[in-house]
Design a protein around this ligand. Structure first.
Ligand code: GLY
Length: 391
């Protein structure tokens, strides 16, 4: 027989940055909260570069997502300060801006189109000649044809973010349950907690938040009508080190489209240089491949020829939680007692502060705040009747 733990107000399934920020914010509002994850703080954010790129990652048709991204980016300075105050840990928020550059005529045309979209959306982005780009970042290749200077797109260190959120949860009294949630418990027409793996047993909760990233759709016991349509989108990422003799190799994040694929280089104050990322529909595979590393280095070398001098210290692959419209699924589902906080795709780190605030509001009031309404999971809910399932 498995033990049944005492009921919590909220059980969060998944201890990545999205699950942890949800738990922290909910605990701050006086709710009793548990997080179920065998390795909290070790999700996709361990691989992510941490760009806060609301403006440079803008895409046609994603204006509602842009507003959410901007709202979250605006919260970052206060969020970072609050986390530091609560835990004594900083998340290396670097307000360095971003330069998006073009290497050939096709890239340049694509960047011009992005600039026009940014202008239509009222965003700050300045077109620079190739020479002006190289004046800002002298390590850029002489072939750079032009670029966009976006001083409002910053960066943070996602590993520090995960560590700080974990510490904040501990200090706020969140119970960290080191086990995987195997099955959602549904009684009558309500979610009432989850069955955890191993000897952990059943955890009862008034409300359950499914925040398991790309694995959110895999939880057993989820009625099909509320199963989130998320899928893994693999990203391979490299970490290099800039020795003092080469510093500052870059002074801001540099992005480019090379041969149609996005490339970015994110320089940290501590000398780490993150190069990303592939985007692969490869199921649950997290193998780092020779081809992935080759392509990233080949493209990075074309952009910054000096990069081959730097030590390569780490390669990694993670899984973004992709959703059908590239936007997150936030808040109550059609199954009472079940909320979602998943599907953040390319914007998980950026959307961390606003997700915590939105979920805390939904958990305490039952309502989604107005800016979050376009991201209700119910936009994907099928009309099938929710089946009653035994708890
Ligand atoms: N936002 C960067 C990425 O997902 O690769």
């Amino acid at each position: 027989m498995h033990a049944t733990r005492e009921p919590y107000d909220v059980l969060v399934v998944g201890g990545g940055v999205i699950g942890l920020v949800t738990a922290w914010r909910a605990a701050q509002r006086g709710l009793s909260v548990a997080v179920a994850d065998p390795a909290p703080g070790q999700g996709a954010a361990r691989v992510a570069a941490g760009m806060l790129a609301a403006v440079t990652e803008l895409h046609h048709g994603e204006e509602a997502l842009l507003r959410l991204n901007l709202a979250s980016a605006a919260r970052y300075p206060a969020f970072a300060a609050e986390l530091e105050e609560a835990t004594g840990r900083h998340i290396a928020l670097r307000t360095c801006g971003t330069l998006a550059v073009a290497l050939d005529a096709d890239d340049r045309a694509q960047l011009r189109e992005l600039h026009a979209l940014q202008q239509r959306c009222g965003l700050d982005a300045e077109w620079l000649s190739g020479r002006e780009c190289r004046r800002l970042e002298p390590m850029l290749a002489p072939g750079v044809r032009g670029g966009l200077r976006v001083d409002g797109d910053h960066q943070t260190d996602p590993r520090r973010l995960a560590t700080a959120l974990l510490a904040a949860c501990r200090r706020a009294g969140v119970a960290l349950l080191p086990a995987r949630a195997e099955r959602l418990l549904v009684r009558g027409d309500r979610a009432v907690g989850a069955e955890l793996g191993g000897a952990a047993g059943r955890v009862s909760a008034g409300q359950t938040v499914l925040a398991a990233g790309s694995a959110s759709g895999l939880l057993e016991g989820l009625p099909d009508a509320v199963r989130p349509p998320v899928r893994p989108v693999k990203g391979q990422v490299l970490r290099l080190r800039v020795p003092p003799a080469y510093a500052p190799f870059l002074s801001r994040t540099v992005r480019a489209v090379v041969r149609g694929g996005p490339l970015y280089l994110v320089p940290r104050v501590d000398g780490e240089l993150v190069v990303g990322a592939t985007s692969e529909e490869a199921g649950w595979d997290t193998t780092v491949t020779a081809g992935g590393v080759y392509e990233l280095l080949r493209d990075a070398h074309e952009l910054l020829p000096g990069i081959t001098e730097l030590p390569l210290v780490e390669t990694a692959a993670g899984l973004r939680p992709g959703s059908p419209d590239n936007a997150p699924l936030l808040g109550p589902t059609a199954l009472p007692g079940l909320h979602l906080a998943t599907g953040h795709h390319r914007n998980g780190v950026l959307l961390t502060p606003v997700t915590g605030d939105i979920l805390a509001e939904a958990l305490t009031t039952g309502e989604l705040p107005a800016p979050a309404r376009p991201f209700s999971p119910q936009r994907f809910t099928s009309s099938s009747v929710l089946q009653e399932q035994p708890a």
